[in-house]
Design a protein around this ligand. Structure first.
Ligand code: AMP
Length: 290
């Protein structure tokens, strides 16, 4: 069947209902568009796990703060549609802001505690916007499974908790971070980087890789790990560290010594572009994802 690009909630509900009536399991990949290989990896996972794949393309205004890049965020639906078609997507849902928020929004999903540290510090209403739009999209698409990228680790933790706390009937699958060949995590925001900044941005991956090696060597003092990351990134003058968080992956509380599964997350400004990246380490199994 050909891919459809739909813009109304009514059309999406109809297309999904027909697929479900045909016995197909529904996979869902929420995005803000300007798609790259990281997004397409989620589509590929969705195709493996489910039978009917819906991708949403929606730059959600409620997750941007004042002065952030909402207006500037790249919008290129024709190119996104081409990539989705090639990747075997069944439906793109590309609603207008008016379709998603026809009135002043009065109902918010606020995942307390998990939304507060890390990105929540500089983006206080960000995860409220993310959780709310995901709840709305889950209600519209009603997927069996939704796919998120580990690159936005705190987002996956917030969304999983929302799904669990609100008994939403879907499964969340988290897929690995897809990187450029020099290690920089793919992101729609990488296009803001000038050539020198793009080069400088590789320091983020370099610092995390070094941290991964220390963890694999058994270093478990988070202060030392944090200091090493700070020193590595600090060597690049255009890089300003916003945070380095070494946190328990369940609670997002700072981990003193690394004993359980741990998230090492960083946010760094390269010039005026804010980039995030992370690794997750489980000392009991030695598993490390970066
Ligand atoms: P965005 O369009 O940036 O909101 O991202 C939509 C989804 O794609 C989210 O689940 C992101 O975590 C995921 N994603 C973005 N970049 C990457 C990447 N480099 N690797 C894996 N997933 C990604």
């Amino acid at each position: 069947m050909n891919m459809e690009t739909l813009t109304t909630i009514k059309e999406v509900r109809k297309a999904v209902a027909a697929a479900r009536a045909g016995g197909r399991r529904i996979g869902f990949v929420p995005t803000m568009g300007d798609l790259h290989a990281g997004h397409i990896a989620l589509v590929t996972a969705a195709r493996q796990e489910t039978d009917f794949v819906v991708v949403s393309v929606f730059v959600n205004p409620t997750q941007f703060g004042p002065g952030e890049d909402y207006e500037r965020y790249a919008r290129n639906l024709p190119k996104d549609a081409e990539m989705c078609m090639a990747a075997g997507v069944d439906v793109i849902f590309a609603p207008s802001v008016g379709e998603m928020y026809p009135d002043e929004n009065l109902t918010w999903v606020d995942v307390a505690k998990l939304s507060e540290p890390l990105c929540g510090l500089s983006r206080p209403k960000h995860f409220r916007g993310v959780a709310t739009v995901c709840a709305k999209l889950f209600n519209i698409v009603q997927p069996d499974t939704a796919f998120f990228g580990r690159k936005d680790a705190q987002q996956t933790i917030v969304i999983k908790r929302m799904v669990s706390d609100l008994n939403m009937p879907l499964k969340i699958i988290v897929c690995p971070t897809i990187r450029e060949t020099d290690g920089l995590a793919m992101s729609s925001r990488n296009r803001y980087l000038g050539p020198q900044e793009r080069q400088d941005a590789t320091i983020i991956y370099a610092a995390l890789k070094k941290c991964a090696a220390s963890l694999a060597d058994g270093l478990c003092d988070s202060q030392t790990l944090e200091r090493d990351i700070r020193n590595t990134i600090g060597k690049t003058p255009s890089a300003q560290i916003e945070y380095i968080g070494i946190m328990d992956v369940q609670t997002l509380r700072p981990a003193g010594r690394i004993s359980g599964e741990t998230l090492v997350a960083v946010a760094v400004r390269i010039g005026s572009t804010r980039l995030i990246d992370n690794l997750i380490f489980d000392p009991s199994s030695g598993n490390l994802s970066l």
